[in-house]
Design a protein around this ligand. Structure first.
Ligand SMILES: *Cc1c(COP(=O)(O)O)cnc(C)c1O
Length: 471
């Protein structure tokens, strides 16, 4: 057998896959039972690089050893004390489906290369469109992350409001957004040539929501300076504090000025699965486009992001492109040719991973997760408020909680930064930090449904212990 034949051998695939499944099942077990304590085995970047350089020098050989080291040296999202960034511990069934999509590798851009994944993508888009409250004119797509989805939505807004796609830049265009919006909106506007002035950042109130009472003022100032405002973005919710903008008022404002209304629901849009929490996104049905990350509260491995349009035809205006070798008719609105509406040409079979959840567990599991994670945040907020030396930045609206230790006679910014640094180095919890109006806060995103109240209490105790040690 040649090396190539051997590499493709079904027997060796079976053997390696079994090895990996056993390792991953062991990982899940020890993470969930906390028999290993390390949530994040933090190493300095150069130290980690040196380790892998030495590994590389050993050359090809032992794949099991590579699997083991990767598991051991990665951040462990399935550990109940993982409370860091807003990335989900994926459901195990989705990891298995990832293997399926990895091996089948149907590239999706054209129907013939996505016979299964294109129809599944349509079914999933319709599921979200219905939950958002759109009618049958809606349609959607999956793309590689919230960042790219937001750029795609802004490009669709521009295509709907201008001729830039054909004519090149004419008017000075602008987008309105909250100053707390995710940085990718700013990045998207700059990529589109709007410059720093074309991204109009509206201040936020004490709950860090966009101040809708200032929308007219900022709009008028921009118009007087010669800008053509094409779009307003509502954050649902904001990344650092989980604050939901008032989508009803933003929607009314957009309608009044004929602006495209985009909702960045990358994180919090998932509440549409919950009767209990979906009132947080009241008004979302007025939007022209909505982004929701399946890889945040919806337990799918990254990247898998939905972009849903109120009107199907808008999705096809974004990227009008001739590509004779891909599709015969450039103008037809064929939902089954993924590449007509997405930035990507070749694309991962994301829909398989999400669909595997529906098949294995049913749609109800999304509701349960969203409600459980919000409940955890409410519990954690209660714990913080019950402790004399702690304070919340704001009452949490989502599964994100910002708080800090506040002993008297300490520099609070230095103290809380030092605490977070020590937590990282010890590795028994993983949390992050954020700065709000110049104050440093510790920040948890409660992403893991297996986190318990005991873990939350342990975190607070640990922070207090480190705080006492430092100050
Ligand atoms: C996470 C997030 C994004 C970015 O999404 P990615 O999938 O990480 O690219 C954008 N907006 C909001 C509100 C987010 O929470």
């Amino acid at each position: 057998m040649t090396t190539l034949q051997q590499a493709f051998s079904p027997d060796s695939f079976r053997k390696n896959a079994h090895t990996l499944v056993d390792l991953l099942a062991d990982y899940l077990e020890s993470a969930q039972n906390q028999t290993f304590t390390s949530v994040i085995p933090y190493q300095e970047p150069d130290e980690s690089l040196a380790f892998w350089q030495a590994d590389y020098e050993h050359g090809a050989g032992n794949i099991e050893d590579f699997f083991r080291k990767t598991i051991e040296k990665s951040t462990h999202l399935h550990h109940p004390r993982y409370m860091g960034h807003q990335v989900t511990p994926p459901l195990p069934i989705t990891a298995i489906a990832s293997m399926l999509s990895g091996l089948l590798n149907n590239g999706m851009a054209v129907y013939e290369m996505g016979l299964v994944s294109n129809p599944l993508e349509r079914i999933l888009s319709e599921l979200l469109a219905k939950k958002i409250g759109f009618d049958n004119n809606a349609s959607g797509l999956l793309t590689s992350g919230g960042t790219l989805a937001n750029l795609t939505a802004l490009l669709a807004a521009r295509a709907a409001k201008t001729d830039v796609w054909e004519e090149g830049n004419g008017d000075k265009l602008a987008v309105m957004v909250s100053e707390e919006a995710h940085y990718c909106i700013d990045r998207a506007a700059r990529i589109m040539g709007m410059g720093s002035e074309g991204i109009i950042k509206v201040p936020t109130n004490e709950r860090l929501q966009i101040r809708t009472d200032l929308l007219e003022k900022y709009y008028n100032e921009a118009t007087e300076k010669g800008f053509k405002v094409i779009c307003i973005v509502g954050s649902a919710c904001s990344t650092s504090t989980g604050s939901y903008d008032n989508l009803v008022e933003i929607g009314n404002f957009a309608q009044k000025h004929h602006l495209w209304f985009h909702v960045d629901g990358a994180h919090g849009g998932a509440v549409i699965f919950s009767e209990k929490y979906k009132n947080k996104v009241n008004g979302i049905e007025q939007a022209d486009s909505v982004v929701i990350d399946w890889h945040k509260m919806l337990m799918t491995p990254a990247l898998a992001t939905a972009l849903i349009f109120k009107r199907d035809e808008d999705a096809f205006k974004t990227f009008q492109q001739k590509a004779q070798y891909l599709w015969a008719n450039q103008h037809s609105k064929d939902w089954f040719n993924s590449g007509k509406r997405t930035f990507e040409c070749t694309k991962l079979m994301m829909s398989l991973k999400i669909y595997s959840i529906l098949k294995a567990h049913g749609v109800q599991i999304f509701t349960e997760n969203v409600e459980h994670l919000h409940g955890l945040a409410e519990k954690f907020a209660k714990i913080v408020k019950s402790r004399p030396n702690f304070e919340l930045a704001i009452e949490p609206e989502s599964n994100i909680v910002c708080f800090r230790l506040t002993p008297s006679n300490a520099n609070l910014n230095e103290l809380n930064s030092a605490i977070r640094k020590q937590l990282l180095q010890e590795g028994n919890f993983y949390i992050v930090q954020t700065t709000l109006k110049e104050n440093v806060y510790l920040r948890v995103s409660l992403m893991n449904p297996l986190t318990t109240e005991a873990d939350l209490n342990a975190l607070i105790n640990e922070i207090e212990r480190i705080g006492n040690q430092i100050s």
